[in-house]
Design a protein around this ligand. Structure first.
Ligand code: ATP
Length: 493
């Protein structure tokens, strides 16, 4: 029997029974042809070319993707295209399985298999047939979990377990956890989270909603963007069903509204919000809001709303610090089943400082480029791949940079480093700073001594000898100095 695809008409592929890889390749190649027609070239190369067809049996095609991340990305962004292609090539009974290579870096690849979302139980498939092709995979997932989840508009990926806690968000995090335990029955009603773009406000608010649903405290949880609220409100007025609209919102137990700065200047919408707020608050229902700045700085919001929004807790999320950025990158990599060289992680964490979404963007781009080129993700590859996102200057390595790195490493100030304190961590930091200055720059002993508190060259020589001895006798010391050296190199790139 030959391994060929005989396609009589779209959706009526006749296959000779076969399990061979080469047959899977032919099926997949026919699918690729169709997918390629419908998505842009870069996306096609990035997300589809790295896929390997593994087997085909009955009407089930199994493909291998390089990581969990790839699977999720394809399902979230290209599910419709994949589905259409499969149906056209294989027929209405087409099934797709993903084989995911987990953690390639750890020797033997481990694979897990996950179904494409079209492989649902028949009853569910019938239900979906009534809502043809409208739902994203995440929405379909919610449908599969239960109707209430779907109506909540929550992204199931936004949970507390995937949210990294740092100094930048610790108060908002603690309040959110507390609300999730006891929505409506706490001092944080409403909770207002404000802060710049891409810092995790939506993630934090949705984590509360997801936690409430998971603990079955209530099903009546709703996440809505201000924009959607305003549009629905206008539609409700135009269609004469404003009463249903109001009643719907007044029946919610946990109402989450994102980006309320959007309400500025919209008087009618604010009036509706005012009444909904009063009803919910009086009945101890939880309200959670986000904004891009403190409420009182939003021009065009009525005073009576501002005052109500300040009844509970208003707290900000700031840009994450270096350690938090590193932890976020590591967590995203773990979720994608990928390991990266710590130097690469440090490079990204050092250079992308203001926006977590941008951090994620770097990882996505890096993994996608790696899938295409199959090159090792080292610092050179990273720099060239991310050159459009990370614009760093090749700086001259200066004593100031070394000073900054050492201060941050030992949590001491410049004044400490340059002062007279003999406290152990300060004195050691000072000696290491002098050692690295001599080792990494062309500065003379005199310049180094002057920079670090006006000391003479014999003090610098003493510092160099002390650190050299420590390096020779202690692995731990050597590692510490090497880590600092790396940080300085990254800071001066
Ligand atoms: N502390 C964190 N830990 C893990 N992921 C985070 C963290 N902060 C933000 N993120 C991720 O960064 C991305 C952007 O976050 P999110 O959309 O919640 O930001 P936002 O503050 O609501 O931004 P915007 O104001 O643009 O709506 C999301 O994918 C989110 O998961």
């Amino acid at each position: 029997m030959s391994d060929t695809i005989q396609q009589e008409a779209p959706g009526t592929l006749k296959t000779t029974p076969s399990h061979s890889k080469s047959f899977a390749e032919k099926v997949w190649s026919a699918c690729l042809g169709l997918i390629q027609e419908n998505i842009n070239t870069l996306a096609f190369k990035t997300w589809f070319l790295p896929i390997k067809p593994l087997s085909f049996s009955g009407s089930e095609l199994t493909i291998e993707v390089p990581s969990q991340f790839f699977y999720e990305w394809i399902e979230e962004n290209y599910s419709v295209h994949v589905k259409q292609a499969l149906r056209q090539v294989i027929g209405p009974e087409a099934k797709l399985m993903y084989s995911i290579v987990m953690d390639k870096s750890q020797g033997q690849p481990v694979t897990i298999e996950l179904p494409h979302q079209i492989d649902a139980a028949p009853a569910e498939r019938a239900a979906r047939a009534e809502e043809p092709g409208q739902k994203s995979p995440i929405e379909r997932e919610r449908l599969a979990i239960g109707r209430s989840r779907f109506e909540s508009n929550l992204n199931p990926k936004y949970t507390f377990s995937t949210l990294i806690r740092g100094d930048c968000n610790s108060l908002a995090f603690a309040a959110s956890k507390s609300i999730a335990q006891n929505p409506g029955q706490n001092a944080f009603n409403p909770l207002v989270i404000y802060g710049g773009v891409g810092l995790g406000k939506t993630h934090m608010m949705q984590a509360i909603g997801n936690s409430v649903l998971e603990k079955h405290i209530t099903d009546a949880v709703l996440y809505v963007s201000s924009e959607k609220f305003a549009i629905d409100f206008v539609n409700a007025i135009q269609n004469g069903n404003i009463q249903e609209f109001s009643a719907f919102y007044r029946n919610i137990d946990v109402l989450i509204i994102d980006d309320i700065q959007f309400f500025a200047g919209k008087e009618k919408t604010q009036e509706e919000i005012f009444h909904i707020f009063n009803t919910l608050h009086q009945s101890n229902k939880q309200i959670i809001l986000s904004a891009d700045r403190p409420i009182k700085e939003i021009k065009g919001i009525e005073d009576r709303l501002i005052s109500r929004f300040n009844w509970g807790l208003s707290t900000d999320i700031q840009a994450p610090d270096y350690e938090t950025r590193k932890a976020i990158i590591q967590s995203k990599l773990k979720q994608s089943g990928v390991n990266l060289d710590p130097v690469v992680i440090e490079f990204i964490a050092t250079n992308v400082t203001n926006n977590v979404r941008e951090l994620e963007g770097c990882i996505v781009k890096l993994l996608a480029a790696h899938s295409l080129d199959n090159q090792e993700i080292d610092l050179t590859f990273t720099k060239s791949t991310l050159k459009d996102i990370i614009r760093y200057n090749t700086k001259q390595l200066t004593l100031d940079t070394i000073e900054k790195a050492v201060c941050s490493y030992f949590s001491i100030t410049s004044n400490d480093l340059k002062g007279k304190s003999k406290k152990k961590e300060i004195a050691v930091g000072r000696q290491i700073a002098m050692y690295l200055s001599k080792d990494m720059t062309d500065s003379s002993l005199k310049t180094i001594g002057l920079h670090f508190g006006g000391r003479d060259h014999s003090t610098v020589i003493h510092a160099l000898n002390t650190i050299e001895k420590k390096i020779a006798s202690s692995n731990e010391e050597r590692k510490k100095i090497e880590e600092l050296r790396k940080r300085i190199e990254i800071m001066s790139m």
